[in-house]
Design a protein around this ligand. Structure first.
Ligand SMILES: [Fe+2]
Length: 362
């Protein structure tokens, strides 16, 4: 199913020039042989830019490809979801969001389609709030607004994506029963925390002002996590200081340093040995359980690279003698978003960054 999806996306995206050629020959064909059906089919296929739904599907596929659980792990997750759905009563099925059977990221969704048109120009920000929707109106000719952080139902269901963290932790040696047990507690806490928020505020602003809106959270965080994991694992860092120096060379972090938001050591010191470096806090919704640090240390993790850390988490990491390197929040979010935006740029889509997005093209 996933592979089929991917093929469809690429066929539609890459088919624009061949579709044009087919249409030219179809026009000739129509005149000569009255090939009406073929011409109609070609006219329908004549699409230069992607639609919102195609951008969304591309994003989900990219998120799956980069998922630290691996494509097989994601398929298993979706299979479990499908089995749960099939066990529901007909009444319960009515309330079930069928999108969750193919999109494993509850915090990445299309939030409003005002006009299902081809997308040529996109406003992209880390946080899109009504102010950014007004900015889009002021700029003009914005076909789609993409937020990194979730709004609407993607915010209300943010906790559902956190299951990912248990499996990633188990890859680093934390027993899955411990990771799952501690994460379950945290997931339920996050679920209650997001419940009280004004989920629809930004979505309503987009609806009133007529903007297409989507949010891509874990999808982009997956891209950042796999990028960092691959880069870091290629190196053999001795000290925490070496790791931080390496991070500072990545363009998004280099830019962030100029505004005082570059990579920093939150626990430990530059002379500490790194030990095993874990990329467990870049993706998976939001912070996991602070009780995990002790288990991580006992499982052989020496250093954690994260985007941000709360005081409670910092204290627990210190007690467990785990070094915590905070790469930076907006900069790490930007890294993941940029890796996806590069895919849109390849399709000829213009990107206008806003709201904390440090745009770097690769
Ligand atoms: Fe974030």
């Amino acid at each position: 199913m996933l592979i089929l999806w991917k093929k469809l996306n690429y066929q539609t995206q890459q088919g624009s020039s061949s579709a044009r050629k087919r249409c030219v020959s179809a026009r000739t064909f129509r005149i000569q042989k009255s090939g009406k059906n073929l011409f109609q089919r070609c006219t329908k296929n004549f699409q230069k830019y992607m639609l919102t739904s195609q951008i969304y599907k591309l994003a989900i596929n990219k998120g799956i490809e980069a998922d630290l659980r691996g494509v097989k792990g994601v398929e298993k997750f979706l299979q479990r979801k499908k089995e749960k759905y099939e066990k529901l009563s007909e009444k319960e099925k009515e309330d079930f969001d069928l999108e969750t059977l193919t999109n494993p990221y509850s915090d990445s969704q299309i939030l409003n389609i005002a006009d299902d048109k081809e997308i040529k120009r996109v406003l992209v920000g880390i946080d899109i709030e009504p102010a950014e929707i007004l900015i889009a109106k002021e700029i003009g000719n914005i076909d789609l607004i993409i937020s990194h952080h979730p709004s609407g139902k993607a915010l209300a269901n943010l906790h559902e994506v956190m299951e990912l963290q248990s499996e990633v932790l188990s890859q680093y040696g934390v027993p899955i029963n411990i990771a799952e047990g501690l994460m379950k507690e945290k997931i339920s806490e996050v679920s209650r925390g997001v419940n009280k928020l004004n989920h629809q505020q930004t979505v309503d602003a987009a609806r009133i002002l007529g903007f297409n809106l989507m949010c891509l959270h874990t999808v982009c965080d997956n891209l950042a996590a796999s990028f960092l994991k691959e880069k870091i694992e290629k190196e053999n860092f001795e000290s925490v200081g070496d790791l931080v120096s390496f991070l500072k060379k990545i363009p998004e972090y280099k830019e962030a340093m100029k505004i005082g938001a570059g990579p920093k050591i939150f626990t430990g010191n530059p002379e500490n040995h790194c030990g095993r470096i874990a990329i467990t806090e870049i993706t998976g919704g939001t912070e996991g359980s602070p009780k995990l640090y002790e288990k991580m240390a006992l499982s052989g993790i020496g250093t954690v690279v994260g985007m941000h850390v709360s005081e409670e988490h910092k204290k627990e990491a210190e007690l467990a003698n785990i070094n915590v390197v905070i790469a930076g929040h907006m900069s790490s979010d930007s890294l993941g978003v940029n890796l996806f935006l590069d895919e849109l740029e390849k399709q000829g889509i213009e990107i206008i960054p806003c709201s904390g997005l440090i745009r770097i093209s690769r």
